[in-house]
Unconditional design. Sequence first.
Length: 232
Amino acid sequence: MTLALELVGIGKSFTMHLQGGIRLSVVADVTFAVSRGECVVLAGPSGVGKSSLLKMIFGSYRCDRGRILVQRGAQQIDVAAADPRRILALRRDTIGYVSQFLRAVPRVAAIDVVAEPLVAGGTPRDLARREAAELLRRLNIAGSLWGLPPATFSGGEQQRVNIARGFLPNFPILLLDEPTASLDARNCEVVVDLIAERKRRGAAIVAIVHDEAVRDRIADDVIDMTRFAAAA
């Protein structure tokens, strides 16, 4: 199988500036790889560094040491050493990210929030909106809501908009931070099906999922993050 993502010796600490500059160690020596068509689930209790690791892969956090090797076409790019312009390019065409909370420009219609990644990648807006509508429909977001800003939606509806936005582009790497946490059983099933489809299309997925039933259905490998807990 073709590797899409490899982490080698990743370590991360945060400096607590309001606490006299104390350094809080989060993870140390995180090492694993994800192949195309594979879903790796990060497991472990809250606070062990799972979400922080996803943000390091996405380039939102810098790691203190180690390499995060992302395959972008014929190139292999080290996110840990990449400049901001290169990281933004990876986000446009290589790495998708579904965070725990939807962050969208206020007053922008839900359909345009979902379509935006395709538009940013060069897809004509009309086509991007049609594809966004199809995914919103699949995630059971009523058509009457598509023209409204997601800030007016319920928590579960906002998360489904967030999922649609992350899944719409066919990126080779997809990061999922608790995508099913606020969903009912019906919509949880839709997300499980979407993950299976993306795997069949060759996406490499790194997910955080606390629901063991969902984890068992989507995971090809489970990484116990307590193995990489940094010494206090």
